[in-house]
Design a protein around this ligand. Structure first.
Ligand code: TYD
Ligand code: MG
Length: 455
């Protein structure tokens, strides 16, 4: 007698379960996201991922350092918290085409060259296609095995036999388990794959990477729903029209999530950029109005970036245009409103564009002062002093508020040869005990003061 099949409707956006089909997910609000999934053909007994163990007294637990594989790309080691932990499961998410396969093939190449055995499984590309990419990355020697396969059970079997040190599965959405009837990429398939790979990784001490495609809007079909199942979640981001890519950890059971690495996509693969600030300021138009250098924090890392503004009269008496690229739209609109109020000048007849150069994204209020000064610099047609950096949050009454980590922002500006910093007065007083030399700190407490000091 067969056990009754269990079927559920699952939201492919957030994983919400329902016994019947729903047009709109009550959990995440997504429309038309429910797909019927046959969960299990038979009742599988409960199988824990680890062997069953007895409880242990806290003081009897010996602390052992997890062994780690050291990758030649130092930047990646940092993001992983000091190397790739043996037997860990790492999920790496990013938009299609951003360079996930390239990054993992490079890591595989480097580890194979160090004498490790690697198994790279692709469910997306043929071996020939991978080889074309590999040629650009100059893969030559080492035990790098490739496998084009989408069946989970076969992959597990081969991995058990080959016993590689590192396993790459590219991508989790293309692999399916024969135990489930739903199609690859559905939530239950993606979870099954992650679960089984997790078990394989722990049992055989294979460090494993799962690639997950995510879309710009959100986290389509799955990767988000895997975050709690894996040890490390990495995000690989960037704009497709720009060469730089940012790798950062969203979750790390073996290290901090504050590290971040910046890469440049070249014709020979990804190249780490050891000094991102320099990279993002490379083409800055020195002495031009409308350009301001801000000291921002990405992850835990200070970074200098250029904010540009352009103010031009609105033509044909239409609605004035407001554009913010690389910055929060609402925040920029708010800063314009504060400027209008505090300067007593209306922007009703102006199109205003603000942009972060180089395709970088800034999402912290410390960039407020930079946005405001870029707009004013353009309006007044006066350039900022060439060796000045600014940071500070702007409040609704035009006050400049302190921000976190002022010292690391200052140090970054100093190391790149900047001479003046315009920053919140509150931050200056908090830094009194610090040893800061060779750089002038100009503390300001409101917008007007900042404008008077500079222009
Ligand atoms: P890919 O790693 O295939 O992206 P993903 O796996 O995230 O979908 O890389 C996609 C882009 O990278 C592709 O447009 C080609 C480009 N690329 C380079 O510019 N240089 C290179 O050396 C390689 C291998 C790829
Ligand atoms: Mg790929």
């Amino acid at each position: 007698m067969t056990v009754k099949e269990k079927s559920l409707f699952i939201c492919q956006n957030c994983g919400f379960h329902s016994a019947k089909w729903l047009g709109r997910c009550p959990s995440c609000g997504e429309w038309n996201s429910f797909i019927e999934e046959i969960l299990e053909k038979e009742n599988r007994p409960f199988e824990p991922s680890f062997p069953v163990q007895e409880p242990v007294l806290y003081q009897e637990i010996k602390e052992t350092r997890k062994p780690r594989l050291h990758l030649p790309m130092e930047e990646v080691n940092k993001v992983l918290g000091g190397g790739l932990v043996v037997g860990s499961l790492v999920l790496i998410g990013g938009e299609p085409g951003i360079g996930k396969s390239t990054l993992l093939l490079q890591i595989s190449r480097d580890l194979a060259l160090k004498g490790e055995r690697i198994l790279y499984v692709s469910g997306e590309e043929s071996l020939e296609q991978i080889k074309i990419r590999g040629d650009r990355l100059a893969i030559k020697e080492g035990e790098l095995y490739l496998l084009a396969e989408t069946n989970l059970e076969r992959i597990l079997q081969l991995a058990e036999r080959l016993k590689p040190r590192v396993l790459v599965i590219d991508s989790v959405q293309t692999i399916y388990s024969g135990k489930l009837t739903s199609s690859p990429g559905t939530i239950s398939q993606v979870r099954e794959v992650a679960n089984e790979v997790f078990r394989l990784a722990k049992k055989n001490q294979i460090a494993s990477f799962l690639v997950g495609h995510i879309t710009k809007e959100g986290n389509l079909a799955g990767p988000k729903s895997l975050e709690h199942m894996v040890d490390v979640v990495l995000l690989f981001e960037g704009e497709r029209d720009h060469a730089h890519r940012v790798l950062r950890a969203l979750k790390n059971r073996f290290g901090s999530v504050a590290e971040l690495a910046v890469f440049e996509m070249t014709s020979m693969g990804l190249k780490a950029i050891p000094n991102p600030s320099e990279f993002f300021l490379k083409e800055r138009p020195i002495g031009e109005p409308g350009s301001v250098v801000v000291a921002t924090i990405k992850g835990s890392r200070p970074m200098l970036a250029e904010i540009q503004a352009l103010v031009s009269p609105t033509l044909f008496s239409g609605n004035p245009r407001r554009m913010a690229v690389g910055l929060d739209h609402y925040r920029s609109a708010m800063i314009l409103a504060i400027l209008e109020k505090r300067l007593g000048r209306s922007f009703a007849g102006d199109d205003i564009y603000v942009n972060v150069a180089g395709g970088l994204n800034i999402d912290e209020p410390a960039a407020d002062l930079g946005i405001a000064l870029a707009v004013i610099s353009c309006l007044k047609n006066k350039a900022m002093p060439p060796k000045a950096v600014v940071f500070g949050e702007i409040g609704l009454s035009g006050e400049i508020r302190s921000v976190a980590q002022p010292l690391s922002r200052i140090k970054e500006a100093q190391s790149l040869g900047f001479e003046t910093i315009i920053l919140p007065r509150g931050n200056v007083s908090s830094l009194e005990s610090e040893e800061i030399s060779n750089i002038r700190l100009l503390g300001v407490s409101n917008l007007r003061e900042a404008i008077n000091i500079i222009f």
